[in-house]
Every structure is written in C-alpha cells, then in structure tokens.
Design a protein around this ligand. Structure first.
Ligand SMILES: NC(=O)c1ccc[n+]([C@@H]2O[C@H](COP(=O)([O-])OP(=O)(O)OC[C@H]3O[C@@H](n4cnc5c(N)ncnc54)[C@H](OP(=O)(O)O)[C@@H]3O)[C@@H](O)[C@H]2O)c1
Length: 289
C-alpha cells in the first residue's frame, strides 16, 4: 500500500504565498498532501500563484485569498473567509514581511513595518486561534529573521515617530515576531497548539524589491549569487509545519531546521507580556487568547 502523504487531510494557511519563501512553503506543504491557502495583496497575482502551485503534480487543493496585511480591516476579512473555507485549520504559517527604508503610515495611522511584520500576524493569529485549537494538534509557525538579534523593542517609540530607520524598524519587528511566538506558546500550553518561529536563511526572493533604497540596490545584485534558493528558504517553515520530529514542541526558535537560541531580549517574559498588551491595543483586539 502506498504511504499516506504526511499532510493528507490537513488544511494550512500560508500568508504571502505569491512569491519567495511563502510560495515555496506552500509548494512544499501541498506536495506533502495538504490543502493550502495562500494570501497576497493583489487578487490576480494571488490567483496566478495558486494556479502555478496547483499545476504541480499532486497539488490540486490550493486556495487564493487576496488581503493587504497593512490595513487591519484586511486580516480581519481574511480571517473570516478562512474560517468559512476551512472547517479545520491544522497549521498557520505567518510569512508576510518586508523591509521599508523610509517611514510610511498605514490606513490605520500606524508605522508600516511594525504593522505588516508584527501587528498583522499578531491579529490574524488571534482571530484564527479558536479554529486552530478546535483542530488540535495544530501548529503556528512564524517566519522571523536573524535580524531579530539586532532588534530592540522601543516601547516609547514603537511607531518610529521620533526616530525611524528601516533597519531598526525591521529588526524590531522581527524581534517582536520571536517574542510574540514565545508568549503565545506560553499562553497555549496544554491546548495542543504549538508555536514555532524561525530564521529562513538569506534567500534569493523579492525581499526589499518594493523599496528603492540604495542599500538594497547595492546589496542585492552581487549578494544574490550566494543566497539560498526559495525552496531552501522554505525548508525550515515546511519542516516546522509538518514534521513529526517537532510534534508537541513549542516556543522554540529554529534555523536550518535546528532549534537554536534567539537573542537575550527575546526571552524577557515581562517585555513579551507588555508587547502583547501594546499589540492588542494597537490591533483593537478585545478578546485575546
Ligand atoms: N529573503 C530573505 O533573505 C529573508 C531573510 C530572513 C527573513 N525573511 C523573512 O521571510 C519572509 C518572506 O520574505 P521573502 O524573502 O519571501 O519576501 P518576498 O519575496 O518579498 O515575499 C513577500 C510575500 O509577502 C507578500 N506581502 C508583502 N507585503 C504584503 C502586504 N502588505 N500584505 C499582504 N502581503 C504582502 C508578498 O505578496 P504580494 O507582493 O503579492 O502582495 C509576497 O507573497 C518575511 O517575513 C521576511 O522578513 C526573509
């Protein structure tokens, strides 16, 4: 009898599945037999990515959801559609993220990097938590970055109003990803929902391409030769969302599929609880986990 694929019968949502690490993660999970939902800002681009993933042999079940994660109304709308579409949700991969060199303000009046990279996955995860818990054992995987190590949560200026730098805002948001994952893992203890966070490696994707900053224009060209391919970057998120080896393990940071330590600040439980409260306020989340 042929082996049953590891993710057969499971439903997974991967945010930011139109390209880069997210698309490769969706391909990897679909190949393991999962029904996969992907998200992207533009409907046509998201449908096209879903069709491309569907075209690979053995991946017929791919759904496309258009949502711009910078405006909080959209993760809210996305969550409602996901709840309608998937009676069970076995894994959520929070992958959307980016680098913006210049300060921008979202429709909600929030700084764009913090809003997209941290507040959107914070909000979406919370809105999908009941379904994940009802589907337990279930997994939440967030794609952070090695940049977390340079991060500092500036509680007095979370929005970079006084002082903005793209690098600082990105590192802060990626540290926030790790602290959110650890805090969520503590809150979900005993529920059967596990939480992991990872660095995907330095990967050849569209990362930073939407920003004209000289830093990326200079850095990207020669450096791209030495970067991982998207499928290699997806290896850790796919592993964390699917492998039996990490079943029941929560609150760890991974790189190259191995658990490793994140920066010292990420283990500050008082700061993590404070970040949760601040994030819940900024995301207008009344009922939290
Ligand atoms: N590449 C690296 O070397 C690297 C290293 C460390 C960590 N990471 C992390 O890996 C994750 C994925 O990055 P990537 O390198 O794959 O980048 P990418 O190629 O730019 O892909 C980003 C994905 O996010 C989506 N996206 C961007 N802004 C969005 C928004 N406002 N609303 C909804 N979707 C949005 C994009 O979709 P549309 O443009 O179609 O909307 C795309 O699917 C990020 O969290 C990043 O921080 C990357």
């Amino acid at each position: 009898m042929a082996d049953v694929p590891l993710m057969a019968g499971k439903s997974v949502l991967v945010t930011g599945g139109t390209g880069g690490i997210g698309k490769a993660t969706a391909i990897g999970l679909a190949a393991l037999g999962a029904r996969v939902g992907i998200t992207g800002r533009d409907r046509a681009r998201t449908e096209a990515a879903a069709a491309a993933i569907r075209a690979a042999p053995g991946n017929p079940a791919v759904d496309a959801f258009a949502a711009d994660m910078s405006a909080q109304a959209e993760p809210r709308r996305l969550a409602a559609r996901v709840l309608d579409t998937y009676p069970r949700l076995d894994a959520l991969v929070n992958n959307v993220g980016g680098f913006w060199a210049h300060r921008q303000v979202t429709a909600d009046g929030l700084e764009h990097t913090f809003a997209v990279n941290h507040l959107a996955p914070f909000l979406l995860t919370n809105l999908l938590l009941d379904r994940l818990m009802a589907s337990a054992p279930a997994r939440i995987v967030t794609v952070s970055s090695g940049a977390q190590a340079r991060g500092r949560i500036d509680f007095d200026d979370l929005q970079g109003e006084r002082n903005y730098s793209g690098q600082r805002a990105y590192s802060q948001s990626k540290l926030a990803n790790v602290m959110f994952a650890y805090e969520l893992a503590r809150r979900l203890e005993g529920t059967g929902v596990t939480v992991a966070v990872c660095h995907p490696g330095v990967v050849r994707t569209g990362f930073g391409a939407g920003d004209q900053a000289a830093y990326f224009a200079v850095m990207r060209r020669p450096a791209r030769l030495f970067m991982k391919a998207p499928a290699q970057g997806a290896s850790t998120p796919v592993y964390l969302a699917s492998s039996r080896e990490v079943e029941g393990i929560a609150g760890r940071y991974y790189a190259s599929r191995n658990p490793t330590t994140s920066c010292k600040a990420s283990y500050d439980t008082t700061a993590a609880a404070r970040l949760w409260q601040a994030s819940a306020g900024l995301a207008s989340l009344t009922a939290t986990a």
